[in-house]
Ligand binder design. Structure first.
Ligand code: BG6
Length: 484
């Protein structure tokens, strides 16, 4: 049995902690899942007495927990776990005070959750080490973004590695905590029906869409320096791609799964300046209407110098050079202020060699559609006979839902519940290994260099649409279309 641990959250009063981490911890506490967890110690620059911190958390939980999930009874024991201590990232005395608080034989383990600016990660780790509060049972959780390019990512990883072993380092990509992403592993590797057809002999193309209807909200400053490629593709989309594309692992152990994901990432063909002209599209939302509400354009929202050079939409045709996927395009797209919020992965199967039927089967293909949000489900799009007394056989699409209809409320959870539970239990399967993150950055850096070299323009799209027309053309030139 692993020892109990205290969870220390840097950035403990910040947005992520308020909206995601503390509600997730409350839910784990409710379901008595986090048996190893002893105390939750939030840290921040402000000086806040424990009682006042608890009062604030109570109010925030009532706002951010899913509707109907607040419970006075659960709160009465959860609050006992909550503590607060002041830490200025570069103040050694604050870490010594943390050390006194942590000095607790009941819970020798420590998990440090860094939800601050990533530029502070190195300093925080260094100070934790200097204050001797890292022991052999200590781990660290790192929130994204891990750098803004390969070099800065390597620097952060290097600084963290001076203090924490890789097997104690948990790099979060919250998309990996979504239930359907894990279900994808079950569908792929649990069904002899799908496994043999998961390859270029049968699959025509793969599409990964992560569409958001929100704009940059309160994060215009960060976003203006980041853009959709770094903010979403480097992590969430490439993580999804690696799970779709990976070879079957030899076991479900973290190392085996991550080895296979890593191989898929390494097989991604770099998009150099020549390729980037045909294989990438950059977009930026202008004013429009989303869900019936008029909204401003990105440049009116983000009045920062760098905003002019920032894309809020990106579409990419990626190729993977290996035996399984050679010749199969992976179309990726993500953007803000699109027509609706949805994320899905579409595996589109090859067309029939010729048609026996009266209607054109070209538009009617078999597809496996994996919906990640807003609903989590998997559906298989097949064809059958249009019913009726006609003497001609013609086809119509039918959707088979592979979702477990018995799935109740108790089986629904937020990605952060899954990931916090796994980090507390030391399971790294759903976290990114150092080489995965760095390989993803290497691929992204090549695209950024290509854009700089080509002076790739950013095409405007109206808010409330599905991005610039060029994104439609990206698939259309190959005789394909995005599934919508
Ligand atoms: C974050 C990005 O990683 O993911 C945000 O920084 C984005 O820009 C968010 O809005 C999307 O997450 P989800 O789970 O709402 O799709």
């Amino acid at each position: 049995m692993k020892p109990k641990l205290d969870l220390v959250i840097f950035g403990g009063t910040g947005d992520l902690s308020t909206r995601k981490l503390l509600p997730a911890l409350f839910q784990l506490h409710r379901h008595q899942l986090a048996e190893r967890l002893h105390r939750i110690i939030a840290t921040g620059r402000a000086t806040i007495p424990d009682e006042k911190f608890r009062d604030t958390v109570r109010d925030n939980l009532q706002t951010f927990l899913p509707a109907g999930e607040w419970s006075e009874e659960v709160w009465s024991t959860f609050r006992e776990r909550l503590h607060y201590t002041t830490i200025n990232a570069s103040e050694p005395a604050d870490y010594l005070a943390l050390g006194q608080l942590l000095d607790n034989a009941q819970a020798p383990g420590r998990l440090y959750y860094l939800a601050t600016l990533p530029s502070l990660y190195g300093e925080i780790c260094r100070q934790l080490h200097a204050a001797a509060v890292v022991n052999e049972h200590s781990g660290v959780v790192l929130e994204k973004p891990l750098g803004h390019d390969l070099a800065s990512c390597q620097e952060i990883n290097e600084q963290v590695a001076q203090v924490f072993l890789e097997e104690h380092t948990f790099r979060i990509d919250h998309y990996l905590g979504k239930e359907t992403v894990q279900n994808l592993l079950a569908v792929r590797f649990g069904n002899p029906l799908f496994s043999p057809m998961w390859r270029n002999n049968f699959v025509d193309n793969v599409q990964i869409t992560v569409a958001e209807d929100i704009g940059v909200e309160g994060r215009a400053d960060y976003y203006a320096k980041t853009g959709a490629l770094r903010d979403m593709v480097q992590n969430h989309l490439l993580q999804l791609l690696s799970i779709v594309a990976m070879e079957p692992p030899v076991s479900l152990r973290a190392a085996d799964i991550r080895d296979e994901k890593m191989k898929a990432l390494r097989a991604l063909v770099p998009i150099n300046a020549d390729k980037a002209r045909e294989c990438t599209v950059r977009g930026r939302y202008s004013a429009g209407a989303v869900n019936g509400t008029a909204v401003k354009g990105f440049l009116e929202e983000a009045e920062f110098e760098s905003a002019d050079a920032t894309e809020t939409f990106v579409a990419i045709k990626a190729t993977i050079n290996n035996w399984r996927w050679a010749g199969v395009p992976f179309y990726l797209r993500t953007g803000k202020r699109l027509s609706r919020r949805y994320s899905e992965i579409v595996i589109e199967y090859k067309r029939l060699p010729f048609s026996l039927f009266t209607n054109d089967p070209n538009e009617l293909t078999n597809k496996l559609v994996i919906h990640l949000q807003p609903e989590e489900s998997i559906s298989l799009h097949t064809l059958n006979k249009k019913p009726g007394l006609t003497n001609k056989l013609s086809l119509q699409p039918v959707e088979l839902h592979l979702t477990d209809a018995s799935r109740g409320k108790a089986d629904r959870y937020d990605a952060y519940e899954r990931l916090l539970l796994d980090a507390i239990n030391g399971d790294q399967t759903l976290f990114m290994r150092r080489d995965e993150v760095e390989t993803a950055w290497r691929w992204i850096d090549t695209i950024i260099e290509a854009w700089e070299q080509n002076g790739t323009p950013i095409k405007d799209y109206n808010s409330g649409t599905m991005g610039p027309n060029a994104a439609t053309a990206l698939a259309a030139v190959d005789g394909r279309s995005w599934y919508e």
